[in-house]
Ligand binder design. Structure first.
Ligand code: C5P
Length: 234
């Protein structure tokens, strides 16, 4: 069976958080956010290795205990998220086979339930098609013009919010992200690159608690989810 690897892009500055400390190092429920994210992935026994992509000048990572786990290695981050993911994939080149699977998971998503992760892995492995966790939309969605005038109301039944992890074959994802870079196109998730390259991509329904911490209010919500998840485990 193909091995499973992970890449965690954690080299962002988190501008929208308006904090001096990059968001992956902000403390929630007693630990840096990145620590929770790594624990969530390391809980999966199937994972052979995990590359954490860090800003090369970043000393804050020393405070993240999980980074010394034997399954974890690091790689230098790039200018955009996709550059950081490519850097992580390149560092897997010596150990992963081209057909192996890789999970890419944002450092900024600390509340990933193990059941969601296992569900994604088993659906993707079973169907042999890459995929991602996502959530159906509950709000009505408007498309607007530059002046914020509503152009149309979209059919929300056909719309999903993409989360991470996103799981693809190592070499296919690497090729798709390299193509995007060559064309000068910036993608904000792996699935976009795979779609543009013509691959099928499937959705696996995830939980609302797997939020991406982006603005200060998200911290409170993430802490609440982490505490609730920990209470359910005991
Ligand atoms: O900024 P955003 O929330 O979209 O970032 C998503 C993830 O990508 C975060 O975990 C962030 O640390 C990471 N990232 C990165 N390299 C960049 C930009 C973002 O690893 N240049």
């Amino acid at each position: 069976m193909s091995s499973l690897w992970g890449v965690v892009p954690a080299a962002g500055s988190g501008r929208r958080m308006a904090s001096e400390v990059p968001k992956q190092y902000l403390k929630i429920a007693g630990s840096p956010l990145l620590e929770h994210t790594l624990r969530g992935l390391l809980a999966c026994a199937d994972l052979r290795g995990l590359v954490v992509v860090l800003d090369p000048g970043d000393r804050r990572a020393d405070a993240v205990g999980s980074l010394s786990d034997p399954r974890i290695s690091s790689a230098p981050g790039g200018a955009e998220r996709a550059d950081s993911v490519l850097s992580g994939l390149n560092s897997l080149a010596g150990v992963a086979a081209p057909d192996d699977w890789v999970l890419v998971h944002d450092a900024a998503r600390p509340c990933l339930p193990l059941s969601d992760l296992q569900n994604l892995i088993s659906v993707v492995r079973e169907r042999g098609m890459g995929g991602l966790l996502a959530q159906p939309l509950s709000d009505t969605v408007k498309r607007v013009d530059d002046g914020l005038r509503v152009v149309e109301t979209l059919d929300r039944q056909m719309l999903w919010r993409a989360q991470t992890p996103q799981m693809f074959r190592v070499s296919e994802l690497q090729g798709a992200l390299e193509d995007m870079r060559r064309q000068g196109l910036v993608v904000t998730d792996e699935a976009s690159a795979m779609e543009q390259a013509g691959y099928g991509v499937q959705i696996v329904e995830g939980s609302p608690c797997n939020l991406k911490v982006t603005v200060p209010d998200d911290l409170m919500l993430a802490e609440h989810y982490l505490k609730t998840m920990a209470a359910r485990r005991v």
